[in-house]
Write a new protein. Structure first.
Ligand code: ZN
Length: 63
């Protein structure tokens, strides 16, 4: 059975980018090697998914 979720990536291979201190604690950043999405793991254990497009925006805002 073929999956139609071709745009959905399970982010099986991620690369640790680094961590950044925020107001609510330390966020850890990972980048998926397959789709290029950046994953943000908050100190609460919540995982946020950031698309590659909005990463540049994020980096601009943090400066
Ligand atoms: Zn992925």
């Amino acid at each position: 059975m073929l999956s139609s979720k071709s745009s959905k990536c399970s982010h099986g291979e991620v690369e640790f980018l680094g961590e950044q201190s925020g107001d609510k604690g330390v966020n850890r950043y990972y980048k998926c090697r397959k789709c290029g999405a950046v994953l943000v793991l908050s100190e609460d254990g919540v995982l946020y998914e950031v698309t590659a497009e909005s990463v540049g925006k994020l980096q601009r805002e943090s400066q």
